[in-house]
Design a protein around this ligand. Structure first.
Ligand SMILES: [Zn+2]
Length: 324
């Protein structure tokens, strides 16, 4: 039985100094894989199948207990948007969660946020950007430098998406211009900070952060993808003993950098295909036709990312990305 009156966390402290890792599960209440993955890892640690020898790892198995109790994505709203402390201006359940979770995120050096998706094929990860900004840690008296691109290489994913946050912010600025909404206060649709989720908040406090989409919501292998990701990150950071990293190092990772987000404008706007994330689009290919019959064509060879057939008018409809 899930209790939505509190948040439960589990921490393990190695006896030697090292990085502080935070793993979040079920930021979206219907994405159970993160909770299952975390519980399996806790179980392994408690049974001494894995030992945390340095640093600190904290697990939040259920980050949004109201949504989890209902089995829905959101409680009152999407917890992975407008993620920052609300203080006295709290006005929904997720605002209350922000005030509990933000200080926990502020403490971490590395955040791994485990999710699952509705439509799609393979697991993928999201990072901030590919510039390779490094962060230094002391691990067992030794200074270790790592970046989000290095950390993501320890995960078993073929595709990594970058630049979501910048693209989202630019999209909001275009939306404001289009709708002539130029002066604050901005409602959520026009708020650049609305795009900030867990990873953006952690990065703003100096952490490295990765979102891992472990597979489809009901995919039986999704919890294992999450479990391996947690163990591989901990091993990569030398925080555990045990077997060496089992990731196939020769696997090629495709980086897709998002460069545009397109809003749906009217209810009658239609896709020309049943687009799915990572489908290829050729330059000049028609992606959609709006209510007035105007075609929208791809500006260059690219990929479609997060197409949402059910988007509301005025909301983001799909993203375009290119391989880098
Ligand atoms: Zn999610």
């Amino acid at each position: 039985m899930i209790n939505h009156l509190h948040i439960e966390t589990h921490s393990f402290f190695g006896l030697k100094p090292g990085p502080k890792v935070l793993v979040l599960g079920r930021v979206h209440g219907n994405e159970c894989c993160g909770t299952l993955a975390i519980n399996n890892v806790i179980n392994r640690i408690q049974n001494q199948l894995v030992n945390i020898t340095l640093g600190k790892v904290t697990f939040v198995p259920i980050s949004n207990p109201l949504a989890a109790m209902r089995g829905t994505r959101n409680g009152d709203r999407n917890l992975n948007r407008a993620f920052y402390p609300k203080g006295p201006t709290r006005n929904d359940f997720e605002d209350e969660l922000n005030d509990i979770l933000c200080p926990i995120l502020e403490e971490c050096d590395i955040l791994l946020d485990l999710h699952s998706f509705l439509n799609g094929v393979e697991p993928f990860a999201l990072i901030g950007n590919t510039s390779g900004d490094k962060k230094a840690f002391v691990a067992n008296e030794e200074k270790v430098y790592t970046s989000e691109t290095q950390l993501v290489s320890a995960l078993d994913v073929k595709t990594v998406i970058a630049n979501w946050s910048e693209t989202y912010t630019r999209g909001v600025q275009n939306r404001r211009k289009r709708d002539r909404v130029l002066n604050p206060p901005f409602s959520l649709n026009y708020d650049e900070k609305y795009g900030d989720g867990t990873t953006e908040y952690a990065r703003s406090k100096g952490a490295l952060a990765i979102t891992l989409e472990c597979g489809q919501h009901e995919e039986v292998s999704a919890p294992l993808v999450g479990e391996n990701a947690i163990l591989n990150i901990l091993r990569f950071l030398r925080m555990t003993d045990g077997r060496p990293n089992s990731v196939v190092k020769s696997r090629k990772v495709n980086y897709i950098s998002l460069f545009d987000v397109i809003d749906k404008i009217s209810q009658g706007d239609k896709f020309t295909k049943n687009w799915k994330t990572f489908m290829k689009i050729e330059k000049n290919e028609i992606i959609s036709i709006n209510e007035q019959g105007k075609e929208l064509r791809a500006p260059k060879d690219c990929f479609i990312v997060f197409p949402n057939q059910n988007a509301e008018p005025g909301q983001e409809w799909f993203y375009l990305g290119e391989r880098i």
